[in-house]
Design a protein around this ligand. Structure first.
Ligand SMILES: Cc1ncc(COP(=O)(O)O)c(C=O)c1O
Length: 467
């Protein structure tokens, strides 16, 4: 890690933990330089980095100030699972029905607004693929996936500095199927699987469907996975697999540091725990600095990486992938006996799109817009939600995680919001046992506009009315 990044990480942590509070001034450049024995230029670089991430604001001749939004200390009462147990969370049905509600403001869905996705270029790619490859478009694709798409996935991984070959990529119907196939391949019913808490409800439901038990490791708001706790848990209990989201975890937005990622990979290898990493948000670093996947530190072939184009190109195309060197044959078999192969036309079109355009240009705009929106939402929450509301300060991904003040109830807020056609996600969804009753998750994938502003005011009023 470069020196200025180390300083920025420290300041980011202080903001996330509330040590540096909204509106407060950062230490001056001179103070930073003296305290860390660095040059003033390096201190300025660290501040600029935080400014790019929207965490601080420069004020002429006054210095850098923490943005006027609430920050969150890690929950003192983070639920601890004492022993591995089954997932028991019935809250999902309501969520399945939300996409069909006309006129709903979809703050419940961690996706980028359609206006931020390259629909025109993807439509052209679909039309071109159909025109040029009609036979392939209407036939079964190979079970492992379209070779050109697999090459593009491997190429992208190489571009970010982590070797991958097209031979190990298996195309799936999104990251969701990738996670399910990986779990099916490496576990047997009754095995124990480690997950983060809170974590994406899809992971919990995949684990539940396979009759696996979960053990939970805290996902911290600023720093991601608690590696010391992970190591202790693995020492105490035989754990077959760990399903982890180290880059901008959903819902906390936590980003695990490179050093902790390496420690996680080593700890899991030492304890015979297969790592299933879900890197679906890795491309959405708001600063543009793409964090590395766990795979980067895998020297023993113990990591299966899952990815997807749902958050970057189009969720409806259902194109995702997984890669795990030693398991390619088993994963391909699992894919074949799950759905034969993924739909051909979306695969051809995504390969065509990536070959022509790559991802980087489109991502630059997407990341900037989501970062800007995330910051505006945090500011609006600071203004309109009740005092004591805590909000995460992520540096990537598509989610804000909020804890309501004492007396607040995420499920009741979800229901009150739905009555006004605003979709939000109640916190309990993200727990294996219905913890986080006082939390909600909001998507920050919608561009800022008057409707969103009004919705955040209204949600703030509804939350205040509960207290
Ligand atoms: C962490 C995480 N993993 C997987 C998924 C599912 O992604 P896909 O649409 O690619 O199946 C999501 C969707 O929200 C997610 O947040």
């Amino acid at each position: 890690m470069l020196l200025y990044e180390t300083i920025a990480t420290g300041l980011r942590r202080q903001i996330a933990q509330g040590t540096l509070r909204a509106g407060e001034r950062l230490p001056s450049v001179r103070q930073l330089a003296q305290a860390h024995q660095i040059s003033p230029a390096t201190a300025v670089q660290a501040c600029l980095q935080l400014e790019r991430e929207g965490l601080v604001q420069a004020r002429p001749r006054s210095g850098y100030f923490v943005h006027a939004a609430p920050s969150v200390a890690p929950r003192a009462s983070a639920p601890r699972r004492r022993a591995p147990g089954m997932v028991s969370n019935p809250a999902l049905q309501e969520l399945l029905e939300l996409p069909e509600r006309p006129g709903l403001l979809p703050l419940h869905a961690a996706v980028a607004d359609p206006s931020l996705l390259p629909h025109a270029a993807l439509s052209a790619a679909l039309a071109r693929s159909l025109r040029r490859r009609p036979t392939a478009a209407f036939d079964y694709a190979p079970p492992q996936g379209d070779p050109a798409l697999r090459r593009q996935v491997a190429l992208r991984c190489e571009q970010i500095g982590t070797p991958m070959t097209a031979d190990e990529v298996v195309v799936t119907a999104g990251a969701m199927e990738a996670i399910s196939l990986a779990l099916r391949t490496v576990t047997a019913p009754g095995d124990v699987v480690l997950v983060e808490t809170p974590t994406y409800y899809g992971i919990l439901q995949a684990v539940a469907a396979l009759r696996l038990k979960v053990l939970e490791v805290p996902s911290r708001l600023g720093d991601g996975i608690d590696v010391a706790r992970l190591d202790r848990l693995l020492q105490q209990t035989p754990v077959r697999a760990a399903v982890l989201v180290p880059n901008f975890s959903n819902p906390t937005g936590g980003l695990t540091s490179d050093a902790d990622k390496q420690a996680i990979v080593e700890s899991c290898a030492r304890h015979g725990t297969v790592v299933i990493e879900d890197d679906i948000y890795g491309e959405l670093a708001w600063s543009g600095q793409r964090p590395l996947p766990l795979r980067h530190w895998d020297t023993t072939g113990n990591v299966i990486t899952c990815g997807s184009f749902s958050k970057t190109l189009a969720p409806g195309l259902r194109v995702g992938w997984l890669a795990g060197a030693g398991w390619t044959e088993a994963l391909t078999r699992a894919k074949y006996f799950s759905s034969c192969s993924s739909a051909s036309l979306p695969q051809l079109a995504v390969a065509d799109y990536l070959t022509r355009h790559g991802l980087e240009r489109h991502l630059r705009k997407l990341r900037r817009t989501v970062a800007d929106n995330g910051q505006r939402m945090r500011d609006a929450i600071a203004r309109h939600w009740p005092d004591g509301t805590r909000c995460s300060a992520p540096s990537g991904g598509l989610s804000l995680w909020l804890q309501l003040p004492p007396g607040g109830d995420g499920q009741a807020l979800f229901e009150a919001a739905l009555a006004e056609n605003i979709g939000i996600s109640p916190g309990t969804l993200f727990s294996s046992r219905g913890d986080y009753g006082d939390c909600v998750r909001l998507s920050c994938g919608l561009p800022w506009d008057a409707r969103l502003d009004a919705a955040l005011r209204r949600l703030g009023a509804l939350a205040s009315a509960q207290l």
